[in-house]
Ligand binder design. Structure first.
Ligand SMILES: [Zn+2]
Length: 217
């Protein structure tokens, strides 16, 4: 991903705001709350293509998906994609896992943080999952898809999610130091952007946090 790719996106006219910027439904939105994406947005949400699961069903599915992401977080690179170094290097990578699901619930791609393994500053779990899913689908638009990640995305990954038009983001533990989905910034719900994914934070947050604590111990 090019770091300057945000510049490729059409800018809003100066002084202009998206039509829904004053939508009263967004006024009460606070970081950490599940929120709707763009109000009045028509198009597939994460649940389309599946029978309406209801609130309980949705939570259960998110937890199921998060267990898969947690599993990926602790697996070696052999399961998450080829890397030039051996498995030992992967041990040093902070355990963060991501899975991208299609609108029908199909697992499209996975990613594990491989920054140390590959020496690539952009090799975060989310970016790798987005790249692999786009490659598999043959397109960069991932609307209708849900990205599930064990840790609150950083600014780079939050930006990439918006650029990929991902419909829903589900994350585990909060990352108060660098999080960009409600902690330090709220990139994905910035009302100046015309694409805003739905956000479901804190899914199996304790499991994800425990994994990270064990790593840093
Ligand atoms: Zn990131």
């Amino acid at each position: 991903m090019r770091s300057e790719s945000a510049g490729d996106e059409p800018l809003l006219p100066l002084g202009g705001e998206p039509a829904d910027a004053t939508d009263p439904a967004l006024e009460g939105v606070r970081p950490g709350q599940p929120t709707p994406g763009r109000i009045g947005r028509v198009g597939p949400g994460a649940d389309e293509g599946l029978a309406d699961p209801g609130e309980l069903g949705r939570r259960q599915r998110h937890e199921l998906w998060m267990r898969r992401a947690l599993e990926i977080a602790v697996t070696g690179p052999a399961d998450g994609g080829a890397g030039p170094a051996g498995a030992d290097a992967a041990v040093e990578d902070i355990p963060v896992g991501a899975v991208l699901y299609g609108a029908d619930g199909t697992e499209l791609a996975i990613g594990r943080n491989e920054r140390e393994l590959t020496g690539d500053p952009t090799a975060h779990a989310e970016v790798l999952a987005l790249r692999r899913a786009a490659e598999r689908l043959g397109r960069w638009r991932l609307d209708g898809c849900t990205l599930v990640v064990t840790l609150e995305p950083c600014t780079m990954c939050a930006g990439a999610l918006v650029l990929a038009r991902v419909s829903t983001v589900v994350f585990g533990a909060w990352e108060p130091k660098t999080g960009a989905v409600g902690s330090l910034w709220d990139v994905v719900r910035d009302r100046r952007l015309n694409h805003r994914p739905e956000v479901y934070p804190g899914v199996l947050a304790n499991e994800s946090a425990a994994l990270l604590r064990a790593f840093f111990r």
